[in-house]
Design a protein around this ligand. Structure first.
Ligand code: C2E
Ligand code: CA
Ligand code: CA
Length: 887
């Protein structure tokens, strides 16, 4: 099953494809995992570098802050030294202010230097480098409230306002006061205050902020925010407890926030001052470059993977296809090598490259015996050089050549092959190979010839049949045929009877015997053919003329009518022959056959054992008969429309009173023509239609007869019954049954049978006559004198009447011979105790002669013509009136 084979190849192909896809998928997976690991490690590394960097930066910032604060500390020390050396300055605020202003001008980190005194909790300005006036009251600063240690720096919380004494300032402007205790005596303490500019601190941070997504915060040791850059509203505020906790454990390091790991935070608590510096870097932003790299890497990796997968898929697809193709090729080549047809492949020069097994078994050459050679080794010499030239021209033109070739096998016998040569081209269209497939048709050809023979010959006699005859006639009647030819149709006359009585086996023997007799008569160049059944045809093509054809026909009828022995019995067979002649170029086989057939028909009709040569009259007659037969067949479908009865009165010869009538059938054909029964009755008899017609007629007539006002004791109706009806139908019981049915005495009926009919009596015929006679039906021998009934025949029949045929009545007064015959007939009838009827009496002198000769009944136009029933009844009535009138 091809479906299954295709499925198998597909499955195999798929397997082959998957073998490629699997490693590709594995490779992809590995690459993805590796990439993931790489990214993970890379991220770790980059993060740790970031952390290291944060630590370093925090360290360097711490140094900057420390230096700045040291500067401030330095100024405060300078002021301290100044006041220690010149305590008077405390009383000279203007002087002091000037000195301090000089110090401030030297230090950009400082905004202001002030000296304040605190007495019993209230704070007053001693001198200030800025706006505060000596004696101004101040709110105590946080840095003053702790237990004072002289010379030590204390940081106050950031305060709004630019200077001491200016509590209010523009938004975002604040100051960082730093306190140092100068002297403490009883109730009074003097503090040196440096107001630090937070912007100076912030400027320290700026280079880092500008280059990193970082934020720097400076806290007091207790977590109070002192400066930050940039300022974020949400992060401004004290340092978290968590951070302070960590700082207490370790002065510097990385702060790991449990709440927020989006930032890398490094802190340093300065050892010199109670300050805490925190640098936090936005992890995501800092690693942005790295993440970009990762993304790019992923993109590249994905691209590579997709490429790998695509390539693998493509390879898999190719392999799948290749596998399928290989499988198919394998199948194909297996199929070709095992195919029943011989296959031979040559290259473009005709050198054999490959042959299959069938080739070897067909030609007898093994593959190695032919490879490298050319197909000419198979040449049988049966074909011309032109044949091969045409073959080569065709295939070199790239077309398929097909034809029947006679090859020679290795052992020398001829091989009939049907050969197809297909040229094969490469992709560029150049011829590369020729594939020749040979189908051995030797056996087929023989079978064809045999069946051709069978189709054209008769199997019983071996003679050409009708087909073959027609074919040969076709040739003979062509332009290259003989100038004249004659066709003789031979038909055995009574073969059917032999077949029916002795059986078909014997019938066949007779036919073979007849052919044996005919064979020596076959003319030179002509032929004998069996057309079927007992019909033969003989064709003459030399020495053809009416004379020669007639001679041959006579010889055949003579020869065939010689008696022959069969199954210990002697038989005689006769044949009828129809002859027709044709000149070259005139007519066609079918017409010729038809003409011979018509001539044969005529010969049969004219009494058999004879021949007729076709002419126009025969054509006309036969055609007429055929037409009549067809017409009758139609008419019998509705006999009451086509047929009618006429009655011709029959008279007593002496009294001339109607004493009987003869029933005569009339047929009005469809064409309107009245056809004479003398013409159509024989046709009805030959075709057998008379049986149906006769029965119908009897049914009609007997029914009518019951109504007739006639003397049942004396009147008689004569009915013509055909010999065919008597021989083949149970006509007696039909007639007797009808008579009984209509209560008509059998005596009233006379059956007329022709003399020719009683010559060959059959069993049925005799039993019909016997039954009729026994019932009292009378018998009349019609047309007496035209047949050759013997005296014995007549005596056996015990007929009641003899009917002298009209041909003799016509001769009365003209032919002495006819008159003598009539007298002899009358004498014969009397001796056999029969009455005599003369028919066809249409002349007065004929009547007189017959009356004188003692004829009993007279029938003829002279006294009455045949007439329809109504007229006939009137005719009878008329006579009765005349008779009674006379009486
Ligand atoms: P047939 O039986 O000899 O009938 C006599 C024929 O002679 C009739 O011709 C009749 O019309 C014709 N005839 C009678 N008197 C004269 C006469 O004075 N002069 C001439 N010239 N002819 C005369 P019809 O009716 O044409 O019948 C011809 C033949 O057809 C009959 O010959 C008979 O053999 C056959 N036939 C007619 N009717 C029937 C029938 O019903 N059954 C059968 N089986 N045959 C019939
Ligand atoms: Ca008759
Ligand atoms: Ca007659």
């Amino acid at each position: 099953m091809p479906g299954t084979i295709a499925d198998q190849t597909t499955r195999h192909g798929l397997k082959t494809g998957l073998v490629v896809m699997l490693p590709a998928l594995l490779l992809t997976l590995t690459l993805v995992v590796m990439q993931l690991i790489f990214v993970h490690l890379g991220t770790q590394r980059v993060t740790s570098e970031l952390e290291k960097e944060a630590g370093l930066l925090a360290h360097s910032l711490e140094s900057g802050v420390t230096r700045t604060v040291q500067d401030v500390q330095g100024r405060l020390r300078s002021l301290q030294d100044l006041l220690l050396h010149n305590p008077v300055l405390l009383k000279q605020p203007v002087e002091l202010q000037q000195r301090m202003q000089m110090l401030v001008a030297m230090t950009p980190q400082l905004r202001e230097l002030a000296v304040v005194g605190q007495t019993q909790g209230s704070l007053g300005v001693v001198a200030s480098s800025a706006v505060a006036q000596p004696g101004d009251a101040l709110e105590p600063l946080a840095c003053m409230q702790q237990t004072p240690v002289a010379g030590m720096l204390r940081f106050a919380a950031p305060q709004s306002g630019r200077f001491m004494g200016t509590a209010q300032g523009p938004a975002g402007v604040y100051k960082l006061p730093v306190c140092m205790l100068f002297s403490s005596q009883e109730e009074t303490q003097v503090w040196l205050i440096a107001v630090m500019n937070p912007d100076a601190l912030r400027e320290l941070f700026r280079p880092i902020i500008d280059s990193l997504p970082a934020q720097v915060q400076l806290y007091r040791h207790d977590g109070k925010l002192m400066a930050e850059l940039p300022s974020f509203a949400d992060t401004a505020g004290p340092a978290s407890d968590e951070l302070l906790q960590q700082v207490r454990q370790r002065e510097w390091g990385l702060y790991i926030s449990s709440a927020d790991d989006s930032r890398v935070t490094a802190y340093r608590a300065t050892s010199m001052f109670p300050l805490l510096l925190v640098l936090s870097i936005d992890r995501q932003q800092a690693l942005a470059a790295w993440y970009r790299t990762v993304t790019t890497m992923w993109l590249i990796a994905t691209l590579v993977l997709v490429l790998i997968l695509l390539a693998a898929a493509w390879i898999a697809w190719m392999r799948y296809r290749q596998a399928r193709m290989t499988d198919e090729l394998h199948l194909l080549s297996a199929a070709i090598s095992t195919t029943a047809n011989a296959v031979l492949i040559t290259d473009h020069r005709g050198v054999i490259r490959w042959v299959n097994r069938a080739f070897s078994s067909l030609t007898g050459y093994a593959a190695e015996q032919v490879l490298g050679r050319t197909p000419s080794i198979l040449n049988s010499g049966e074909h011309s050089a032109l044949f091969f030239k045409r073959l080569w021209d065709t295939i070199l033109a790239g077309e398929v050549w097909w034809g029947e070739v006679i090859n020679r096998s290795r052992d020398g016998h001829q091989l009939m092959v049907e050969q197809t040569i297909t040229p094969i081209r490469d992709e560029r269209g150049a011829l590369t190979h020729f594939v020749a497939v040979h189908e051995d048709i030797t056996a087929r050809k023989a079978a064809e010839q045999r069946s051709l023979y069978l189709a054209n010959h008769d199997h019983l006699t071996g003679l050409p049949n009708r087909r073959e005859l027609l074919a040969r006639l076709g040739q003979w009647m062509g332009p290259e045929g003989p100038e004249y030819l004659a066709l003789l149709f031979i038909d055995l006359d009574n073969f059917k009877a032999i077949n029916e009585t002795l059986g078909h086996g014997r019938g066949d023997e007779v036919l073979i015997g007849m052919v044996e007799r005919l064979t020596p008569l076959i003319p030179v160049g002509g032929c004998l053919s069996r057309l079927g059944g007992d019909e033969f045809a003989l064709v003459m093509v030399e020495d053809v003329g009416r004379e020669q054809a007639s001679t041959l026909a006579r010889r055949i009828t003579d020869l065939l009518s010689e008696p022959f022995e069969l199954a210990g019995q002697t038989f005689t067979m006769t044949a009828s022959i129809g002859v027709t002649l044709a000149a070259r170029g005139k007519g066609d086989p079918q017409t010729l056959l038809r003409q011979a057939d018509l001539a044969l028909y005529a010969a049969k009709h004219d009494g058999r054992s004879t021949y007729r040569i076709f002419n126009e009259e025969i054509d006309f007659n036969v055609t007429r008969r055929v037409n009549l037969e067809q017409g009758l067949r139609q008419a019998l479908k509705h006999p009451e429309r086509a047929f009618s009865m006429h009655y011709q009165p029959v008279f007593d010869a002496q009294s001339l009173k109607p004493i009987a009538a003869e029933l005569l059938l009339r047929w009005k054909a469809e064409s309107g023509e009245w056809v004479s029964p003398a013409e159509f009755i024989p046709v009805a008899e030959e075709s057998g239609m008379i049986l149906e017609l006769g029965r119908w007629q009897l049914g009609q007539v007997i029914a009518q007869l019951a109504d007739w006002e006639v003397d049942h004791a004396t009147f008689s109706l004569s009915i013509n019954i055909s010999a065919v009806q008597l021989a083949r139908d149970d006509i007696a019981s039909v007639l007797l049954g009808l008579l009984q049915q209509h209560e008509i005495p059998a005596r009233m009926i006379t059956v007329e049978v022709t003399e020719t009919a009683i010559i060959n009596l059959s069993e049925q015929f005799e039993s019909n006559l016997a039954a009729l006679a026994a019932a009292g039906v009378k018998l009349s021998i019609d047309d007496f004198g035209t047949g050759y009934a013997s005296l014995g025949n007549l005596r056996n029949l015990r007929a009641d009447y003899l009917k002298i045929d009209r041909s003799f009545v016509v001769g009365i007064g003209q032919s002495h011979g006819d008159e003598e015959i009539i007298l002899a007939m009358l004498a014969l009838a009397r001796s056999l105790n029969m009455k005599v009827v003369a028919e066809g009496v249409d002349k007065e002198h004929q009547l007189r002669f017959l009356q004188q000769a003692g004829c009993d009944h007279i029938q003829g136009y002279l006294l009455a013509k045949p007439m329809p029933e109504v007229d006939f009844m009137r005719h009878l009535q008329h006579h009765r009136q005349v008779g009674s009138g006379q009486a």
